[in-house]
Design a protein around this ligand. Structure first.
Ligand SMILES: NC(=O)c1ccc[n+]([C@@H]2O[C@H](COP(=O)([O-])OP(=O)(O)OC[C@H]3O[C@@H](n4cnc5c(N)ncnc54)[C@H](OP(=O)(O)O)[C@@H]3O)[C@@H](O)[C@H]2O)c1
Length: 286
């Protein structure tokens, strides 16, 4: 039996969703969900299963998407699958061409596909592609999709939901440069455009997620014992944003971290430098 984790409970109080309200809000709508094959995107699809919506799901893993489609369609929800690699602008263009054939167009765009990389700078010197890939997936692909979708969402009085991370609102941590720069880029792009999007009648919600137990955090051993949300919780947070159309979601404790980020950034950098030095020493002694 899993041990009760008080810290996790305190940081991440249990969530529930009013399915009836969600269903009312979504009835007859078409949702584009990127990154639906695993983790948060997949949990969101399961949460929406059984509702009278049309889910357009995308990711690279065709097999996973097809299994998900058959599971969800068994519950009466229509699912369209388009697999593509969003590192690639042309494949993103192919997705856009596919979306052009969706009758009525997209009502809600959930920009969820993402990749994180944790790598020291001195191991990144030959890996410019890490930066290109994270920027392509976490920044350029959602921008490319938004540019196509904006007129459609304007017509449908639609909603853009960006699945972001608390990190973009905090002092940046070492080893995460590729991920943080790319997530921050899309966050800034969207925030800068919010007044224009809202003027067009398009709602925007930015979901600043804390750590979520998905395959994304699995390669980082230090996260094993960190308090983290479950993928279904992240899906519920997104679903709540669909209902409430709130501008953003932030965990309740984030303001404390933001205050510390502002007032103690010098100390944070000193601690980070100490941590990096210690890691370097350990690596050199191996
Ligand atoms: N997990 C966390 O702690 C955490 C915290 C804050 C924010 N987030 C954000 O939450 C979102 C979802 O992450 P997750 O935790 O659910 O991770 P995940 O389980 O690794 O899922 C990522 C999804 O993105 C898709 N994807 C990855 N590379 C792609 C590519 N090149 N082209 C198309 N699709 C691609 C993956 O599908 P394929 O591999 O099949 O392509 C998968 O469906 C991300 O935007 C992430 O930044 C996560």
């Amino acid at each position: 039996m899993k041990k009760f984790n008080f810290c996790e409970y305190f940081m991440f109080p249990p969530l529930n969703i009013n399915r009836e309200k969600l269903e009312q809000k979504l009835s007859g709508k078409t949702l584009l969900i990127t990154g639906a094959s695993y983790g948060i995107g997949k949990s969101l699809c399961h949460l929406l299963a059984g509702m009278s919506v049309h889910l357009v799901i995308t990711a690279r893993s065709t097999d996973k998407l097809l299994i998900l489609k058959s599971e969800i369609e068994k519950q009466g929800t229509k699912v369209s699958v388009f697999s593509c690699n969003l590192y690639n602008t042309l494949e993103c263009e192919n997705l856009i061409n596919f979306l052009k054939n969706i009758s009525g167009g997209i009502d809600i765009f959930i920009s969820n596909a993402g990749k994180s990389i944790r790598r020291p700078l001195n191991q990144s010197l030959e890996r410019f592609h890490d930066y290109q890939r994270t920027m392509n997936l976490n920044y350029f692909a959602p921008v490319q999709l938004c540019l196509y979708l904006i007129p459609v969402l304007k017509k449908n009085k639609g909603h853009i939901i960006s699945v972001s991370a608390v990190n973009v609102l905090l002092e940046p941590a070492p080893y995460w440069a590729a991920y943080q720069a790319s997530k921050t880029a899309f966050d800034q792009w969207l925030r800068s455009n919010i007044p224009e999007l809202n003027t067009m009648g398009i709602t925007t919600s930015i979901i600043y997620l804390p750590l979520v137990k998905t395959r994304m955090i699995a390669p980082t051993p230090i996260y094993k014992n960190f308090p983290a949300r479950k993928p279904i919780d992240a899906a519920i947070i997104i679903a709540k944003a669909i209902i409430s159309k709130q501008n953003s979601y932030k965990p309740w404790w984030l303001f404390i971290c933001q205050f510390a980020s502002l007032t103690a950034s010098k100390w944070f950098r000193i601690i980070c430098t100490f941590y990096v030095k210690k890691n370097e020493k350990n690596r050199n002694s191996l």
